[in-house]
Unconditional design. Structure first.
Length: 365
């Protein structure tokens, strides 16, 4: 996948994540007496952008595997230093602010930081940090029948447990009778049940990103030599197919099995993984390789967008729905880009705003 395509995908994913979180109240109305045309439209867009978190996980693995530094010896200390300085300082800062705003104390701060609970939906950061920590070991695993089968099996375990949790009793429910029921589980049990899903989906998707370098040459040789319009049609067909797969899965749960909208439409579903794969294949077909400066900056700022958007959701609760979502999307992006500009001009500020890795200079092998 080209730099241009990955940049576009990061910006799209960041925007969809904001939309899905800001529009959650309307999305949750689906399948209830409060359902209305606005909630239906919200649900459609929610499911269209549902693979967004998986895009970020996949692209992280792909970026590491395709970087030029892997042409020579890999240095684990350098890798960890760059990755942790990029993610950790800004994550800690946002968590401190969130703990102070939402709880007013730091009694359980260490635990909330560990599992991403200081601010709404920050679990993604601990998950991606786990992937980063595991990368030096995962990079040594080559794709083969056995290894691909193992990671596909891990993904299948996550899918089956997700079916069990969200109401598919006819899909291997009996295999998970030994696990606590999520509805009656203690807070500690709920934590590790949630992370069972996070890791069984996240690690295989991250691994697919790492392996993408092995498949890159083959995809290039199999790409049909047709015009740009043909590529556009192919991309639209792939993305539409993935969207329909996710949407049918969601509607079946809500209307046929009467599963509440939120668990029925969660990201941790096999249909979402398939949709993510089709999106990635579609974007891999883009011919344009060189990115645009403003797009590069926006893609780089997408992590900061993810960190700060919950504060704008909280601050805009009194706005009408038609104004709140555009407000949150616009101000999350604009604020992130402004903060990024400041971070690039003031290196000490960059340490806390997702640019800490620049203090070490260009990342080398």
């Amino acid at each position: 996948m080209s730099i241009f395509a990955t940049d576009i995908l990061r910006v799209i994913a960041g925007t969809f994540i904001i939309f899905n979180h800001a529009g959650w109240i309307w999305f949750a109305q689906m399948g209830t007496s409060a359902e209305n045309p606005v909630s239906n439209l919200t649900a459609l867009l929610n499911q269209l952008g549902k693979p967004s978190v998986l895009f970020f996980i996949y692209l992280s693995g792909m970026a590491f595997s395709s970087h030029k530094r892997f042409a020579s010896q890999f240095k684990i200390n350098t890798f960890y230093a760059h990755r942790l300085l990029r993610i950790l300082p800004s994550y800690v800062l946002i968590s401190v602010i969130g703990e102070w705003i939402y709880r007013g104390n730091f009694q359980n701060f260490a635990w909330h930081l560990l599992v991403g609970e200081s601010v709404f939906h920050l679990y993604f950061v601990p998950l991606i940090l786990i992937c980063y920590l595991a990368y030096p070991f995962l990079r040594n695993i080559s794709p083969g029948v056995l290894t691909v089968s193992i990671f596909a099996g891990i993904l299948l375990v996550g899918h089956l447990y997700s079916c069990h949790r969200t109401g598919y009793p006819w899909l291997f429910h009996w295999q998970f009778n030994l696990l606590p029921d999520y509805g009656t589980a203690s807070p500690e049990e709920r934590w590790w049940l949630q992370w069972l899903e996070y890791l069984t989906f996240g690690i295989p998707v991250f691994m697919a990103g790492i392996w993408s370098a092995h498949w890159k040459t083959r995809l290039k040789t199999e790409r049909p030599k047709t015009g740009n319009s043909s590529f556009a049609r192919t991309e639209i067909i792939l993305i539409t197919t993935g969207f329909l797969f996710v949407l049918i899965d969601y509607y079946a749960k809500v209307y046929l099995m009467h599963v509440p909208s939120d668990p029925a439409g969660r990201i941790w579903r096999f249909s979402v993984v398939i949709a993510a794969a089709l999106w990635i294949i579609a974007f891999s077909k883009m011919k344009k390789t060189e990115s645009i400066p403003w797009l590069r900056r926006a893609a780089r700022a997408s992590f900061l967008v993810y960190l700060i958007h919950p504060f704008f959701i909280q601050a805009s609760q009194m706005l009408p729905y038609v104004l709140q979502i555009p407000f949150v999307i616009l101000f999350s992006w604009v604020t992130s880009l402004i903060l990024q500009s400041l971070a690039l001009h003031f290196r000490w500020l960059g340490f806390f705003l997702g640019e800490g890795d620049r203090l070490l200079g260009p990342e080398k092998a």
